[in-house]
Ligand binder design. Structure first.
Ligand SMILES: [Fe+2]
Ligand SMILES: [Fe+2]
Length: 167
């Protein structure tokens, strides 16, 4: 069954948002790397890869449903930060905005009785809980580290151990 036009437009906006997220994480990674924090930079690059995967999940879903993919423009991301803590705080804000957007998509899918959307969106609802919790944990650690350089380096090593996710 074809998708409601409003729902299709919302999926397309979500594709753009996920790519925007990927783009923002790349900018964060570049800043962290330049600051001498290669572990955090790697973490951000893997995060960007994940966002690209998210975009492609929506992209494929729209196509599988016989819809039309329309890619929107992506704004240049914020590329300058004060300190690592601000980078991760911004990352949390971004994830919260994505969560709100996924919730709206869910509400729209329910409104239009688009049951095929539910398993996909359930996956994303869970993914967002995980992403917000992960970033919040890093923020807590960074807040606890304060200005202690050695703790920051330890965190950098820890985040640098992140492995690419398997599908
Ligand atoms: Fe995402
Ligand atoms: Fe995310």
């Amino acid at each position: 069954m074809a998708m409601d036009a409003k729902l299709e437009a919302a999926y397309n906006a979500q594709i753009t948002m996920e790519y925007g997220s990927a783009y923002a994480y790349l900018a964060m990674g570049a800043w962290l790397e330049a600051e001498g924090l290669p572990g955090m930079a790697l973490w951000m690059r893997l995060q960007a890869d994940e966002e690209t995967e998210h975009a492609l999940k929506f992209y494929q879903f729209v196509l599988d449903r016989g819809g039309r993919v329309e890619l929107g423009a992506i704004d240049a991301p914020v590329a300058d930060f004060e300190r690592p803590l601000d980078v991760f705080r911004r990352s949390l804000q971004q994830e919260q905005a994505v969560t709100a957007s996924i919730n709206e998509l869910y509400a729209l899918a329910v409104q239009s009785n688009d049951f095929a959307s539910i398993p996909l969106l359930d996956w994303f609802v869970n993914e967002q809980v995980e992403e917000e919790a992960t970033v919040q944990q890093i923020i807590d650690d960074l807040e606890r580290a304060g200005d202690a350089g050695h703790t920051l380096l330890m965190l950098d090593r820890e985040l640098g151990a992140r492995q690419p996710e398997e599908d």
